[in-house]
Write a protein that binds this ligand. Structure first.
Ligand SMILES: *Cc1c(COP(=O)(O)O)cnc(C)c1O
Length: 426
């Protein structure tokens, strides 16, 4: 029994499954989801007023912490001038400029309202630009829930044990080729077979939807080479990694240049913003200049732009990522030591502000490695931590996130709580 059972039951009367995005439903860990009322810095507070140290951060966007005073101020001030015009505002140019400064692979960028929209639109643009239909994606990578991309797509579907979704016509997914993540040979093989039919390859530069799996050396580089050889568009989906793993995102970190990039999450600082952009020669094919259609009533919404501009200003400060990275290193080392002390298997991956805990032995490099994680153990561990006031993502296939608001005291408290929970489970 959870204190949120009543709220959850009420929600389920009116909302399918009681939630507006499936993984929130706690299906993998069991019980009613926590209903939140407030967030401040590294903390979230539930409807009963209990405080949790938060490692979800709204699934990534809250990199400067919840309700950052400067972000809230600009949002409130902007809202006073009206919520939406459906016409140009200078805030759109300002956010575009700021994003392009940080992502030199892009000459131009278009704003949308979610990561799903960004990747869906980038795929359409790649197909329109090349005049080809086939797309290549990787097992366990999630790129939003548009039809073509909803094949072997990681966490949400994994949590529910479905490889794909009913309602997606086979006629559509036949154009989607799925190969193993971190396997350069598979990339070469798919190009050898389908070469000139491939419109694009889309990849998470660090897989963050089958927990956290960084790219092996040579993997992203091989995709780049194959796309060049065959005239295919290379799309790096930075919806999760963008401005999360470094000021210049994952492409900056690994020194790989895509043709198109997609963004979401951090770019809106908690407001609904997505973006896609790339080389001008490709972006020129987009409506109204070109024939590839894409649009959005609320795209470039001024309040959302204001939150994005301020968030990007805050992350651009000297030392921001060094600090975030040091904190994540500290947390992961602490967790690793605690698991070793209790003789529990644990494998970890982390890159700057994102991390993955796998309850298994050995390195985790692919989707099938990730699925070895002990889910029965995770359920008990999860609820133990929830009682302790530590909020992790309610699925073993989701990455964890830190914010600049987390202090070393918060991290020590988290590590000590894990120690107590493991003691109870011994
Ligand atoms: C979250 C995510 C998406 C989808 O973004 P939404 O805003 O949830 O539609 C796409 N790609 C990646 C890599 C993501 O992590």
């Amino acid at each position: 029994m959870s204190q949120f059972d009543a709220l959850y039951q009420e929600a389920q009367k009116y909302i399918p499954g009681g939630v507006n995005s499936p993984v929130r439903a706690f299906k993998q860990v069991g019980g009613a989801p926590v209903f939140f009322k407030k967030g401040e810095g590294a903390y979230v507070y539930d409807e009963a007023g209990k405080r949790y140290i938060d490692y979800v951060g709204s699934w990534g966007p809250m990199i400067v912490g919840h309700a950052h005073p400067e972000v809230i101020e600009t949002v409130v001030e902007t809202a006073k001038n009206g919520l939406s015009f459906g016409a140009p505002t200078v805030s759109e140019t300002e956010l575009a400029k700021r994003v392009l400064e940080l992502v030199p692979s892009m000459d131009q960028v278009r704003m949308v309202s979610s990561g799903t929209e960004a990747t869906m639109s980038a795929i359409r643009l790649a197909r329109g630009y090349t005049g080809r239909d086939k797309i290549v994606k990787f097992e366990g990578c999630y790129h939003g829930h548009s039809d073509s991309l909803l094949v072997k797509a990681g966490s949400g579907l994994l949590t529910f044990g479905e490889p794909s979704s009913p309602g997606v016509p086979a006629d559509l997914t036949q154009h989607t080729i799925v190969i193993e993540y971190n396997n350069p040979e598979a990339v070469k093989a798919v190009f050898a077979e389908y070469g000139d039919e491939i419109a694009c390859v889309i990849v998470e530069p660090i897989a963050g939807n089958m927990n956290c799996i960084p790219p092996q050396p040579g993997f992203l580089e091989t995709i780049r080479e194959c796309c060049d050889q065959h005239g295919a568009v290379f799309i790096i989906d930075e919806v999760m990694t963008g401005f999360r793993v470094g000021k210049y995102s994952a492409q900056g970190l690994y020194g790989v240049t895509p043709d198109l990039s997609t963004f979401g999450k951090v770019i809106g600082g908690g407001m609904p913003v997505g973006a896609f952009g790339g080389k001008k020669a490709i972006m020129d094919h987009l409506s109204p200049n070109g024939a590839v259609y894409q649009a959005g009533t609320l795209s470039g919404n001024p309040v959302a732009m204001a939150a994005g501009i301020k968030t990007l200003e805050l992350i651009s400060k000297e030392g921001f990522y060094e600090d975030l990275s040091a904190k994540t290193d500290y947390l992961i080392k602490g967790i690793t030591d605690v698991f070793a002390k209790h003789n529990r298997p644990l494998s970890t991956n982390h890159v700057c502000g994102m991390f993955g805990l796998f309850f298994t032995e050995g390195e985790v490099k692919t989707f099938s490695d990730a699925t070895r994680s002990d889910i029965d153990f995770f359920q008990k561990f999860y609820h133990g931590l929830l009682d302790e006031g530590i909020y992790l993502a309610p699925s073993a296939f989701e990455a964890g996130f830190l914010s600049s608001a987390h202090t070393y005291e918060d991290l020590d408290e988290t590590i000590a709580a894990m120690d107590r929970v493991l003691t109870k489970l011994d």
